[in-house]
Write a protein that binds this ligand. Structure first.
Ligand code: ZN
Ligand code: ZN
Length: 413
């Protein structure tokens, strides 16, 4: 059993380093109903730290499955306006958003993927305004996880349920550093390390990255004025927060129209209640022109058909193989963890913060600068100990950034 003390440390970390909750600020939490005890503990601590109103939105895998199985297409195609309005109204008030993301990776494996796709398209469209609050860092937000039985059983299939949950807790505790003497300080140090790498990449102003690994040869142009991020973010009101816990990445936006070549996935991707695995994407002038998958090809197809922007990239993130999450050797079937074990790309919307002045630009202006827009933003893992990445400078000089999955010299600590 995880001790109450550990859970309290985790709640404290999420509230202080995750969203950095402020006196008088509303808080919006999405939590799995299986984790109600932890959610309540989080709510209590949020109030103690001065939160104004703490709202919990319960996520229930069982109810989701029933809806995807039985609801009419009309229902699936019409994500309620009031669901979007609720989130937008909290965002307008400057709320902090905490998402405790923990679902059964195989939840919807027996549901017709086209039904899942229609529901995701609808929610994606209706949540566009809310998504831009988040992706522009207008509000502080964080994504964290706690184990659920179904998820833990997927990660540790040979263990009985209770032991699997405990093993997953232990893995989470390590990756979010609550096993440290002073987790808050550990996060300050970790953020400083990521910011150091980010700063060195920003000084370089690479025109292009070239990624090579088995099954991968991809050229990724970077927009003029691109910005690498890593570690803590800053909201428009100046609140310093960590959008993901754990986080091990530095990331920026690829140039929407300057991606060419082929890339192969290195870890299974949990998307739409299903697993997509062993897949390859081929790009021409930024657009996916060919794809195949050993598993979940139909689901991948639906993802790519979400809208026009779903066939273009919105993020490139670098994570060395030394990442403690990679070294754990665990496949989490949860992108929050798996993306922080591996270099990754995202299909779909780019973070406007990845471009100088991007937060003030319209969708059209962002497009002119090479930043993609979409109703999806879906990270997928491409890194391994065999990944080599070169950077091409403005004068054409080529220099190594990653050698065999690790940072090349100028980027090492
Ligand atoms: Zn990422
Ligand atoms: Zn991402």
């Amino acid at each position: 059993m995880v001790s109450k003390q550990t859970l309290e440390k985790y709640a404290e970390l999420i509230l202080r380093k995750g969203v950095n909750v402020q006196e008088g600020q509303p808080v919006f939490i999405t939590a799995p109903i299986e984790g109600a005890d932890f959610a309540r503990l989080l709510v209590r601590r949020a109030y103690e730290l001065g939160a104004k109103n703490v709202h919990v939105e319960w996520a229930d895998d069982e109810l989701s499955l029933l809806k995807y199985t039985y609801a009419s297409e009309e229902v699936l195609k019409n994500y309620p306006d009031w669901e979007a309005a609720k989130r937008e109204s909290f965002a307008e008030e400057g709320a902090a958003f905490i998402s405790i993301y923990a679902t059964d990776p195989d939840l919807l494996k027996d549901v017709d993927p086209s039904r899942v796709a229609m529901a995701q398209k609808s929610s994606g469209e209706k949540l566009a305004a809310f998504r831009s609050y988040v992706m522009n860092d207008e509000v502080p937000w964080t994504v964290v996880s706690i184990p659920t039985v179904a998820w833990a059983k997927k990660v540790f299939p040979d263990l009985p349920a209770e032991e699997a949950v405990e093993a997953l807790w232990n893995a989470i505790i390590k990756t979010v550093r609550i096993d440290r003497e002073d987790p808050l300080k550990a996060w300050d140090e970790h953020n400083a390390m990521l910011q150091n790498v980010r700063d060195r990449l920003n000084e370089k102003k690479y025109k292009k990255l070239i990624l090579k690994a088995p099954g991968t040869h991809l050229e990724v142009g970077l927009p003029d004025g691109h910005i690498w991020h890593g570690g803590a973010s800053e909201s428009k009101k100046g609140i310093i927060f960590n959008a993901n816990m754990p986080t091990e990445e530095v990331f920026t936006a690829p140039h929407k129209y300057e991606v060419n070549g082929t890339v192969s996935s290195t870890k299974p991707l949990h998307y739409g209640g299903n697993i997509i695995d062993g897949f390859t994407l081929t790009f021409k002038d930024g657009k996916v022109v060919d794809f195949k998958a050993e598993k979940g090809e139909e689901v991948l197809k639906h993802l790519l058909e979400s809208d026009e922007g779903a066939r273009y990239l919105g993020e490139i993130a670098l994570v060395p193989d030394e990442s403690p999450i990679s070294q754990s050797g665990i496949i989490f079937y949860n992108t929050l963890f798996d993306e922080n074990a591996s270099c990754h790309l995202a299909l779909g919307k780019a973070y406007p913060t990845s471009l100088e002045g991007g937060q003030e630009m319209t969708i059209e202006q962002l497009d002119e600068h090479g930043l993609n827009d979409s109703i999806v933003h879906e990270d997928f893992m491409i890194g391994s100990s065999e990944m080599n990445i070169d950077g091409v400078l403005a004068d054409g000089t080529v220099e190594p950034i990653f050698i065999n999955g690790s940072w090349a010299e100028p980027f090492r600590r």
